[in-house]
Design a binder for this molecule. Structure first.
Ligand code: SF4
Ligand code: SF4
Length: 83
């Protein structure tokens, strides 16, 4: 499984991608974010599910390890941005 440390950075920066516009409360923060955690975690959209997205969309394109690495690169960019 993808090693998410629950920093919440991705859920506070939804305005970086139009794919998440439905979840954006207007300032880039997800309307379902509570503290750093997802208040609808068990029912969160597919786009928020790293492992399921790999199985559905990326498993024929790249190795899981590489997919995780690329995800971590983006996580780190967001973390750096928030300081
Ligand atoms: S930015 Fe990465 S590590 Fe932080 S909550 Fe999102 S997926 Fe997890
Ligand atoms: S639904 Fe949950 S996991 Fe998805 S962006 Fe919102 S808070 Fe984050």
């Amino acid at each position: 499984m993808f090693k998410c440390d629950c920093c919440g950075c991705c859920c506070r920066n939804l305005n970086k991608s139009e794919l998440y516009s439905d979840l954006d409360r207007g300032d880039g923060v997800c309307k379902y974010l509570s503290g750093n955690l997802c208040s609808i975690y068990e029912n969160r959209p597919l786009l928020c599910r790293v492992d399921e997205c790999y199985d559905l969309y990326f498993c024929n394109i790249m190795e899981r390890k590489e997919y995780y690495r690329l995800n971590m690169v983006e996580c780190q960019k967001l973390k750096n941005m928030e300081g």
